[in-house]
Write a protein that binds this ligand. Structure first.
Ligand code: FE2
Ligand code: FE2
Length: 288
């Protein structure tokens, strides 16, 4: 019998873990959240799914205080899982990160406070990482040199197109604090990517999921793994809740689809055999 999942799996899958805010051992974020436990729960979900993962995108605020110890804790959690899955690890810098420790502990390169921009090839999908952080600031910035570099990178299209990873969303936010800390001068980024093979801009930082567009290119704001900012809080309040989530970014042909994945436990509504259900649905849509 034909595999009921035949022809319906994505060509490529990227797992976006953003705003992990890993803390030094024994410390809780806001005295409440065990961010390492959230990361472990997300990685366990990915492993249990037996999904084929091509890359992990770590889109900034990887640690809470930028300490080498925190990066080592992050690497110790992610690397073995990535190796087991044969997935690349693609990190980006956020406003809570420290570039020298990020480089030394995650990239194994010489410490440097220069902004970290890089290009990765994931089976023909070009992943461009842009450093939207600026040391000492929490809002996002891209320099002229970065934008010119990006323009050059995008001159030649990639076989499966390009996704751009940057920490700060180039979009307004309905949460006023997030809005104040968004990417500055985002329209300049839009001008560079408009008309190129860029299919999705992937960001984090907001701690709430969201979507929009810039320069005609869709933007995905991945929900945070550390905790969630409440987009509709009670009047006059700003609220963060202990909701953890990550994203999967799937490539189907020339389409790139972003999907939020809640990690925080919830009651089950159904839990059925996949092959049986797919067989039934194939019959329903007339696939056999
Ligand atoms: Fe964050
Ligand atoms: Fe951030």
């Amino acid at each position: 019998m034909t595999d009921p999942a035949h022809g319906i799996r994505p060509d490529l899958t990227l797992v976006q873990l953003t705003d992990t805010h890993i803390m030094p051992a024994g410390k809780l974020m806001h005295d409440t959240v065990d961010t390492s436990a959230n990361l472990a729960a997300a990685l366990d979900m990915v492993l249990a799914s037996a999904a084929k993962v091509d890359a992990f995108l770590l889109s900034g605020d990887l640690t809470d205080n930028g300490s080498p110890e925190s990066y080592r804790r992050l690497a110790a959690a992610v690397r073995p899982v990535a190796e087991r899955l044969g997935a690349q690890v693609i990190p980006a810098v956020g406003n809570h990160d420290e570039r020298s420790a990020f480089r030394a502990e995650l990239l194994g390169t010489e410490p440097s406070t220069e902004d970290y921009n890089a290009v990765f090839d994931v089976s023909g999908l070009r992943v461009v990482v842009l450093d939207s952080s600026e040391p000492g600031k929490h809002d996002g910035h891209l320099g002229q040199a970065q934008l010119e570099w990006l323009g050059k990178v995008l001159t030649e299209p990639a076989p499966r197109g390009t996704v751009l990873v940057a920490h700060h969303p180039p979009l307004p936010s309905p949460v006023p604090t997030v809005h104040l800390l968004r990417l500055r001068d985002a329209e300049r980024l839009g001008e560079v990517i408009e008309g190129t093979d860029t299919r999705l801009v992937i960001t984090g930082h907001a701690h709430h999921a969201g979507a929009g567009a810039i320069g005609g290119v869709p933007v995905w704001i991945g929900p945070a793994l550390a905790y969630g900012v409440v987009p509709v809080p009670p009047a006059g309040r700003l609220r963060g809740n202990a909701h953890a989530a990550f994203s999967r970014i799937d490539v189907f042909g020339d389409q790139v689809v972003a999907t939020a994945v809640p990690v925080t436990p919830a009651a089950s509504v159904y839990d059925v055999d996949e092959a049986e259900r797919l067989t039934m649905f194939r019959e329903v849509v007339g696939l056999w």
